[in-house]
Design a protein around this ligand. Structure first.
Ligand code: ADP
Ligand code: MG
Length: 429
């Protein structure tokens, strides 16, 4: 990594000020927290909208984290405080664990309170971690940028509660905690997300990306040593949000579920054939042979839109496998070979899955024309962030290009982060 990239990475704090957080805890609740825990945001390297299609996804944990200072209570009360700017929302929330359930509470408290509820609902042994709490949060994960501040918030609470109850959180335990956090997000916060974000925050090792097989929730660590290869994964937060994102997500999911029923499979990803060829530059549809097999599969679907959606699922599944093959086989110099696969993924999301946005397309195109080896939107789509795989020396040029392309198009000024493959949730104090 170049000196310039280092400086930029260091410019914004990656971990919140823990002393200040503990002081805020004491101010709000009196006394000291029992401990302090951190859980990371994540970026998805590749494998978009596959987590509800039983496909493989490849997220990585970010250095940006949400930190919680927490103390158990011996009653059912939950007292929460967030140091983050939540716009209109109140930074403090109090209620009772027995009052938490589907749809209640509303607002940001749904995530942390929902985790405690889900731990209880899930039964032994993790229900022992479901107590009243006093908890204060601070975060460096940008909120609503598609970098999963919501999962970071949930997973910080989950590891804190499990730790204090002395429940195991080896990978097996963390797989359970991830399910509980998903339940909190789905049922209490009402956000219909899959399990990728929570797995990334709980199950990733430093220096690796996490290959999550969403059909059975098993994981493999995939080495992702960008720095050794002289590369940087640049996150470009477009800071553009589209209000219809939630509805579109539900719509994509419903289309895929209906198509799976028509095609007689539980999960669409099971219809993706093997990764074909060794081409470094597969087109958006993959190699010719796989594409022909896909068209045969797709011919059973009557609806044009459904065919496009399913095509994305099949080609994206093979692209994840291809990237994993390349990363596993790669000497440090070869990591750049995943670039064209990332770019093909973007084209598929833009054209077949139709989840990109003008802001995301502009950032991706600008990055590529300024020398990025590959670029794609990441996360659910309709706003949020894109990533670009960039040689360390080109970071500044890519940022400048993305910034001026956004200005020319009348889009908001993007924010930039360096995605360094970081560790999963852990105790700080
Ligand atoms: P993303 O996960 O991509 O950042 P989401 O819409 O899924 O976006 O989650 C953002 C929501 O999560 C916020 O609106 C807020 O309710 C909650 N949230 C995330 N981080 C915090 C935090 N540090 N403090 C309070 N609420 C938070
Ligand atoms: Mg989220």
């Amino acid at each position: 990594m170049s000196g310039a990239a280092h400086e930029r990475a260091g410019a914004a704090a990656q971990v919140p000020d823990v002393d200040a957080l503990v002081a805020a805890f004491t101010d709000a609740f009196g006394g000291e927290p029992e401990g302090v825990w951190a859980a990371p945001g994540r970026v998805n390297v590749i494998g978009e909208h596959l987590d509800y299609n039983g496909g493989p996804v490849l997220p990585m944990a970010l250095p940006q984290v949400t930190v919680v200072a927490l103390r158990r209570r011996d009653d059912e009360e939950i007292h929460l405080l967030s140091a983050s700017d939540l716009g209109e929302e109140d930074a403090r929330w109090s209620g009772s664990l027995s009052g938490v359930g589907p749809g209640t509470p509303q607002g940001w408290a749904a995530y942390p309170a929902g985790v405690l509820w889900a731990l209880r609902e899930g039964g032994p042994p993790y229900d022992a971690a479901a107590t009243g709490v006093d908890a204060a949060f601070a975060s460096t994960v940008p909120i609503g940028a598609g970098l999963s501040s919501s999962a970071a918030l949930e997973c910080a609470v989950a590891v804190a509660a499990a730790d204090l109850a002395e429940l195991p959180h080896d990978d097996q335990g963390r797989a359970v905690l991830a399910q509980r956090c998903v339940r909190a997000e789905n049922d209490v916060a009402g956000a219909p997300t899959g399990g990728m974000d929570q797995a990334a925050a709980l199950r990733t090792e430093e220096g690796s990306a996490l290959l999550l097989h969403t059909a059975d929730s098993t994981v493999e660590q995939v080495p992702f040593d960008l720095a050794r290869a002289g590369l940087v994964l640049l996150v470009m937060d477009t800071r553009a949000k589209h209000s219809h994102a939630g509805g579109e997500y539900g719509d994509r999911r419903a289309t895929c579920e209906a198509a799976a029923t028509t095609l007689g499979v539980e999960h669409l990803a099971s219809l993706a054939g093997p990764t074909g060829g060794t081409s470094d530059e597969p087109g958006p549809l993959g190699d010719d042979e796989s594409a022909a097999a896909d068209e045969e599969t797709l011919s059973a679907l009557e609806d044009d839109v459904a065919r496009c959606r399913v095509r994305h699922v099949l080609t994206e599944t093979r692209r994840v496998r291809r990237v994993v093959e390349l990363l596993r086989g790669a000497s440090a110099d070869d990591i750049g070979a995943i670039g064209p696969v990332l770019t093909a993924s973007h084209a598929s999301m833009r054209d077949d899955y139709e989840i990109s946005s003008p802001e995301l397309d502009t950032a991706v195109d600008a990055a590529l024309s300024a020398g990025a080896l590959g670029a794609r939107m990441t996360g659910g789509g309709f706003g949020g962030s894109a990533i670009a795989l960039v040689r360390s020396g080109d970071v500044e040029a890519v940022e400048t290009a993305a910034r001026s392309a956004a200005a020319d198009a009348g889009h908001p000024e993007p924010a930039f982060y360096l995605a360094v493959p970081s560790r999963s949730a852990h105790r700080l104090r």
